[in-house]
Design a protein around this ligand. Structure first.
Ligand code: ADP
Ligand code: MG
Length: 227
């Protein structure tokens, strides 16, 4: 297997007035291409902070992060945003869809920032993805006309539109009933069997158990040994 992510003694400390709040403390971790990994741990343990760094939305304050062998610290802002757009897909607990855009328009949006995709392909590509997530009949629905599970499916279609190799999901089932939550997990794991790497933050042990590997984060430290 190929190594996708390597963290070495990664730290993230937030300044709080005069003092500093260490949130991630010397995290070391490797993640292989195509893995499905769950991150669990109590509220406030640093899960979202870690995911933001992995997804290049935030910078570590110490240690190293290599993504596909590239030292993330050495990337310019522009290079980071390129990697975010082309290689990463995000899924959030509250779906983060744009309320006055249809399902189709929400899925088209990230393609507008990807010059490799001709605009003549936007519509067909978005339609195909919405069909893939079971929403071929809801292309023109607004988020408010969709159930939570359906909104999360739109968000997944949107996350997939630039064919990311890494999917980052922060409590993707947190706002869903267990039935629709499970179908979202099924979908994410299906994507992982097709070659995407999936990193999923969850509170739900049943969800974590379905991933190939789980890391427990407590107070900014990985507490289980299987790194
Ligand atoms: N931007 C920030 N500024 C200051 N403190 C932060 C910031 N983001 C997160 N924190 C703090 O870091 C800790 C971990 O937060 P977070 O990563 O959101 O935890 P989790 O996702 O595990 O619930 C919390 O104490 C939180 O208050
Ligand atoms: Mg969180």
């Amino acid at each position: 297997m190929t190594e996708l992510i390597r963290l070495e003694k990664l730290q993230r400390t937030f300044a709080q007035g005069e003092t500093e709040l260490p949130v991630l403390k010397d995290l070391s971790l490797t993640i292989q291409d195509g893995e499905s990994l769950a991150i669990v741990g109590p509220s406030g343990s640093g899960k979202s902070t870690l995911l933001s760094i992995l997804g290049l939305l935030d910078d570590a304050t110490g240690g190293h992060y290599w993504l596909r062998g590239e030292d993330v610290n050495q990337l310019t802002r522009q290079q980071k945003s390129f990697v975010r757009n082309r290689h990463l897909g995000w899924i959030f607990q509250n779906f983060n869809l744009i309320g006055d855009m249809t399902a189709l328009e929400n899925v088209v949006l990230p393609m507008r920032y990807n010059s490799d995709i001709p605009s003549s392909d936007y519509q067909s590509r978005a339609e195909a993805l919405l069909q893939r997530v079971g929403l071929g009949h809801k292309l023109n629905a607004l988020p408010s006309e969709l159930s939570g599970g359906q909104q999360q499916r739109v968000a997944i279609a949107r996350a997939l539109v630039n064919k990311p190799s890494l999917l980052l999901a922060d409590e993707p089932t947190g706002n869903l009933d267990s039935g629709s939550g499970q179908s979202i997990v099924d979908l994410l794991l299906e994507l992982s069997t097709e070659g995407a790497t999936v990193i999923l933050v969850t509170h739900n042990p049943d969800v974590a158990q379905q991933c190939q590997r789980t890391i427990h984060l407590v107070d900014g430290v990985i507490t289980n040994a299987s790194q």
